[in-house]
Write a protein that binds this ligand. Structure first.
Ligand SMILES: [Cu+2]
Length: 170
């Protein structure tokens, strides 16, 4: 009679333990892969700049109020325009104001270098650094507690008018 277990064979106590906890594990896995966003889950959003036009591929996304958000801004390696891009999240209704401030920023010699094309404005809530072609920038923040439509835009001068979108906070 062979009493030794084969390598990898599960002993009975462990097997029972697995049976006891497995249903719970399955439920947890389903919950995290569900499309329903859970408040304490990080909303990861990848936003890619178009290679030819000054537009983002994501025009709109929704998060919960107070949710942690991680934005990955991608500037494609094979960008045709070879322009840098950033991403700013601004207060509801202030996209144009911030965009105009960005255009005006060109008179500041540091605007496109150390300031990463981010205008000095109280309407700017969160901003990334400039991503060069072939690069990416990560921007992490906590979504506002106030529900609403929060515009996002690239403030590299001349881009914002069409290079924008809306983060819906519900
Ligand atoms: Cu841009």
């Amino acid at each position: 009679m062979v009493s030794d277990k084969l390598p990898g064979q599960v002993s009975y106590p462990l097997h029972n333990l697995m049976k006891k906890f497995l249903p719970g594990l399955v439920v947890a896995t389903l919950a995290t892969s569900s499309l329903t966003v859970v408040a304490d889950e990080v909303a990861e959003v990848k936003i890619t700049a178009d290679k030819v036009q000054f537009v983002f591929d994501v025009k709109e996304f929704t998060v919960n109020a107070g949710q942690k958000v991680k934005i990955t801004l991608v500037n494609p390696e094979d960008s045709v325009t070879r322009q840098p891009h950033n991403i700013l999240f601004v207060k509801p209704g202030t996209k144009d104001t911030v965009g105009m401030a960005a255009n005006a920023g060109l008179s500041d010699p540091e605007f496109l270098t150390t300031k990463h094309a981010v205008p000095d404005s109280d309407d700017v809530l969160f901003s990334s650094m400039l991503a060069q072609p072939g690069g990416e920038e990560i921007l992490e923040f906590t979504a506002p507690s106030e529900p609403g439509d929060y515009p996002y835009l690239c403030t590299y001068p001349g881009h914002w008018a069409i290079m924008n979108g809306v983060m819906k906070v519900k």
